[in-house]
Design a binder for this molecule. Structure first.
Ligand code: FES
Length: 130
């Protein structure tokens, strides 16, 4: 059996939603201290719906495939659903990752949560200003 599923290879070779969103409503950045890989997620949010999402990942193939799949899974979704996305769900959607690569999908889960928290934080500040 191949080490990586076809889906992992597809999302690694043709990652979806790569890039930056200028003036994003929420940005999340996480890194893994062990491997040194970094993932950044940008969200555009309209009335609690994720209308656009982009990512930049400086990392291994599994991290790139995980970011790509995770962005596909949360695009168009309400924030409360996106918040619940687990790294397991990302790995399952990719038809699995090798055990020792599961931590790569954790970056996607954490970066999305970070971006959503960033959005909530900015919103609270705005509300305080008004
Ligand atoms: Fe670092 Fe995959 S080895 S995220």
């Amino acid at each position: 059996m191949a080490l990586y599923s076809e889906k992992v290879m597809d999302h690694f070779r043709n990652p979806r939603n790569v890039g930056v969103i200028e003036n994003a409503d929420g940005v999340g950045e996480v890194g893994n201290a062990k491997c040194g890989d970094i993932m950044k997620i940008y969200l555009k949010i309209d009335e609690d719906i994720i209308t656009d999402v982009k990512f930049e990942t400086f990392g291994c193939g599994s991290a790139i495939a995980s970011s790509s799949m995770a962005t596909e899974l949360i695009k168009g979704k309400p924030l409360n659903e996106a918040k619940e996305l687990t790294n397991k769900a990302v790995a399952e959607a990719l038809d699995g990752l090798p055990d020792y690569k599961m931590h790569c999908s954790v970056l996607a889960e954490q970066a999305i949560i970070g971006a959503i928290e960033d959005y909530y934080g900015k919103h609270l500040e705005k509300r305080k200003e008004n």
